[in-house]
Design a binder for this molecule. Structure first.
Ligand code: ADP
Length: 383
């Protein structure tokens, strides 16, 4: 077995259960992101994988070997922190060389006066490794600079470089972009994805930012309250969230949730409109429908859901309309194009609709349920 396997990991701090019997398999070479709200246990799980924190019970396998009790330095994983952890008084090149020297040179070979004479060949090899890594990271022209003379993004790459030179089996990253400004964060997302492709190594990435998780990862593990609620590809998690908490956490703006009444075993009612489906298990129980802002559409048909605009959010390429509707408690958010937005000022009244196929149904426990025959899902509008 290759890859990484976290098996039945439990961890409490005092009386607080932080990780609840977590199982997670990370495939070799994949970019897996642990994503969830602050405090859900992401960093603790990553630190247990790195060996920086011990679990109360459970096992950690790396490349098929049981590493549960192995020291962090011997796990051959590279941890990249948001604080970069670069030595401020050393140049980029020296920062990258330091972990190599510690690993590959003996104490005598590292000795400042005689070291360079007795280990010249080894040192040349290490310098070559630094040069190659700097080339991949486009850091060649910054090798002689100190961290204070670099931009945030360059510092981030230098910190990555220091981790990369050791040829680790995997990179563990804990919110590495959170210190960067918004534009650079977006730029670094594509850099990290490209780097992952170029290296082909396993990346395990922690973030509370769902956009980072969706844009970079091969798979995401959505965590809440010490549990992994769903593990899957970004598209699967966005389109088929298994739990209402996943649906509400992934996607910006948030998915709209409507509570609706089951009126017959094959029919529910939402804002006075009927949806046909298999609801026989939900008689007398609550059911919620989730619809993403981009799946609500304007219509000229007056016999539809009515709304009044309370706030307009202009994102340039899109507008998000915050809407109140009779019989719906919460405000609804609806995405429209800039052209459509021209006629929709605050207090404007309008009608909207959605295709049944985009409706996600959740039972009273918050689990998603299939109510349509999978072979017969239509584009039918609700009214
Ligand atoms: P996340 O990375 O998802 O924000 P963490 O794994 O850092 O969450 O923390 C999970 C929970 O464990 C939080 O409630 C946090 O306060 C608590 N916690 C983390 N580290 C410690 C610690 N060393 N001592 C006590 N509580 C801790």
């Amino acid at each position: 077995m290759s890859g990484i396997f976290l098996k039945k990991i439990n961890k409490s701090f005092g009386n607080t259960l932080v990780l609840n019997n977590v199982d997670l398999e990370i495939y070799e070479g994949e970019f897996l992101t642990l994503v969830g709200p602050s405090g859900c246990g992401k960093s603790t799980l990553l630190r247990i994988l790195a060996g920086l924190e011990s679990s109360d019970s459970g096992e950690v396998f790396i490349g098929g070997a049981d590493m549960t009790k192995v020291k962090p330095a011997d796990r051959n994983l590279a941890m990249v922190f948001q604080s970069y952890a670069l030595y401020p008084h050393l140049t980029v090149s020296e920062n990258m060389l330091t972990p190599l020297k510690l690993r590959h040179l003996s104490t005598l070979e590292r000795f400042p006066l005689i070291g360079p004479f007795i280990s010249r060949e080894k040192r040349n090899e290490l310098t070559e490794r630094v040069r190659k890594t700097a080339k991949i990271l486009k850091l060649e022209s910054f090798l002689k600079r100190k961290p204070g003379q670099l931009s945030g993004g360059q510092r981030q790459r230098a910190a990555l470089g220091r981790a990369m030179v050791r040829n680790p089996v995997g990179f563990l990253m804990d919110e590495p972009l959170s210190n960067l400004d918004a534009a650079l964060r977006v730029h670094m997302r594509s850099e990290l994805s490209e780097l992952h492709k170029a290296l082909g190594s396993t990346f395990v990435y922690v973030t509370h930012d769902q956009a980072e998780a969706l844009t970079m990862s091969n798979r995401l593990a959505v965590m809440m309250d010490g549990n992994i609620l769903q593990l899957g590809k970004p598209r699967e998690i966005y389109e088929k969230p298994s739990d209402i908490r996943v649906a509400e956490f992934i996607g910006s703006p948030k998915i709209n949730i409507f509570s609706c009444n089951v009126i017959k075993s094959n029919q529910v009612e939402i804002c006075g409109f009927k949806i046909q489906g298999n609801f026989q298990h939900f008689m007398d129980k609550k059911i919620s429908i989730g619809i993403r802002p981009e799946h609500l559409s304007l219509t000229n048909d007056r016999n539809c859901i009515k709304g009044i605009i309370k706030h307009r959010e202009n994102l340039g390429s899109d507008f998000f309309m915050h809407v109140e509707s009779p019989n719906i408690e919460k405000r609804i958010i609806l995405r429209v194009s800039p052209e459509e937005a021209l006629n929709l000022q605050v207090d404007a009244k309008f009608n909207f609709n959605f295709s049944q196929k985009y409706a996600l149904f959740f039972n009273s426990a918050g689990k998603r349920v299939e109510v349509f025959d999978p072979n017969n899902i239509t584009n039918k509008k609700i009214a």
